[in-house]
Design a protein around this ligand. Structure first.
Ligand SMILES: [Cu+2]
Length: 173
């Protein structure tokens, strides 16, 4: 199978496409979140940190904090373990750039139903995001861990971020 040879190139493309833009750091405005980690699922192998996060029908992420090293590749494997239909209980993971107001982003996202709650007007606020998932669906995203700091990730389905479906990615030197 020749396709395997193209994978590294494809990965580089993904990282480039989703990589952070240099922006003025306004310091960390990330709010602290309650960490109810049921199943720590963070593993780093040769510069790639794989993070497994599940969503459920109670509007929760199974992982609400993780730490990565600046410059490493972050691979988030997100799975919707709920049973409710996507229209009522869809989930995604949106990783915001440093300093972006998560509540403001979520408020705008809630109005963007046509684009699965990823508002095009706020694209500059996002490092990377998964697709909106229905029950038993999964999606994987990759990006390069940006400069050190705290970065909020959230589900942008209406009301989910406000209900607590958010977490913090800490990037260390
Ligand atoms: Cu959600």
């Amino acid at each position: 199978m020749k396709a395997a040879h193209y994978l590294p190139l494809f990965t580089v493309f993904l990282v480039t496409a989703c990589g952070p833009q240099p922006s003025e750091g306004t310091g960390s405005s990330a709010e602290s979140v309650q960490a109810t980690v049921e199943k720590p699922a963070v593993e780093t192998v040769e510069g790639v940190t794989t993070v497994r996060i599940d969503g459920n029908d109670r509007m929760q992420f199974t992982l609400t904090e993780f730490t990565v090293k600046a410059g490493d590749t972050v691979r988030i494997i997100f799975e919707n373990k709920g049973r409710m239909p996507k229209t009522a209980m869809g989930h995604n993971v949106v990783v915001l750039k440093k300093g972006v107001d998560a509540n403001a982003y979520a408020g705008k996202a809630a109005l963007a139903r046509d684009t699965d709650f990823i508002p095009a007007s706020e694209a500059d606020s996002v490092i990377a995001h998964t697709k909106l998932l229905g029950p038993e669906e999964s999606d994987t995203i990759e990006f390069t861990a940006p400069e050190p700091g705290d970065y909020v990730y959230l589900c942008s389905f209406p009301a989910h971020c406000f209900a607590g479906m958010r977490g913090i990615m800490t990037v260390k030197e």
